[in-house]
Design a protein around this ligand. Sequence first.
Ligand code: PEP
Ligand code: MN
Length: 343
Amino acid sequence: MLIVMKTNATAYEIDAVVEAVHAMGLRAHPLAGPTRTAIGITGNTGVIEGRGFENLFGVAEVIRVTKPYKLITLDLRPEKTIVRVGDATIGGNELAIIAGPCAIESREQAFAVAEVVNQSGARFFRGGVCKPRTSPYTFQGLGEKGWTIISEIRKRFGLKVVTEALDDSSVALVEQHCDVIQIGARNMQNFSLLKRAGRSKLPVLLKRGMAATLEEFLLAAEYIMAEGNYNVILCERGIRTFAQHTRSTLDLGVVPAIRRISHLPVIVDPSHSGGVSYMVSPLARAGVAAGADGLMVEVHNQPEAALSDGAQALTLAEYAQLIKELQAIHELTAPSRDAPAQN
Ligand code: PEP
Ligand code: MN
């Protein structure tokens, strides 16, 4: 159920509704927007009797939710969510660029890449410290030294740092050293991890599982939000299809499809979908044109020597050129970006 407050509802009236929801043993999720606050309710197993709420002061409307989602929807928040990471944003007017190597390999490597990422105007640096590799025999990340390097980058450049957490203990390390928790494709339905990230104060960048439907993807985001963390960024990174010419098939249709249902920002990862560097820039350009709020791109100072995902890494020069093009496409498509989806 969803309780929509009147536009002039006071904080006191909103609190009273939240209290009434808690008194029923349920959880209230008040999401304030520029025009009105709506309160999502979770924790019920059956239908909630909503009539009592209609009589509370400040309540405009009580809506029964028949969709599987309660919190990610435009019904709850018709305005787009802008995820704020310090003074940087994802989902606002700026195109959010998250760039860096697949993995932090050494101080020299990470700083060489961060230097160029920073010069490009990007506000976010990525770099895996714990790597979820398909084979147990490949590079699994630097571990402890990696956390030190990534926090040095954060301090030195002021870049917001995004890195993947694989389990509860790595969420705690991300919280200690970074700005955004990444949950990878392989963990999209790791429900205990989603819940742990949902209890964090940091924003969560959730990647689509490689065989996840849109509904499964959105319900994974719902897991995070149901725990009280409303700062979720969705990331399309390609899905598995019969196509063998790419590592994964970038599903660009999911960008407008998400926009139509959800207020959450959506970004595109052309690196893990293409899997080879010559595809990354074309897919990135297409992602921005399709309306993505940002991009996550892998870049390396020496792709041929990379310890993971070297084949898909852009060189520093390719990356710098790409960013210029992306900014131009973003500006060109801005007027239609947030226009309501048409039938
Ligand atoms: C990554 O971002 O380095 C990564 C492992 O991505 P994905 O989870 O999309 O495979
Ligand atoms: Mn990678």
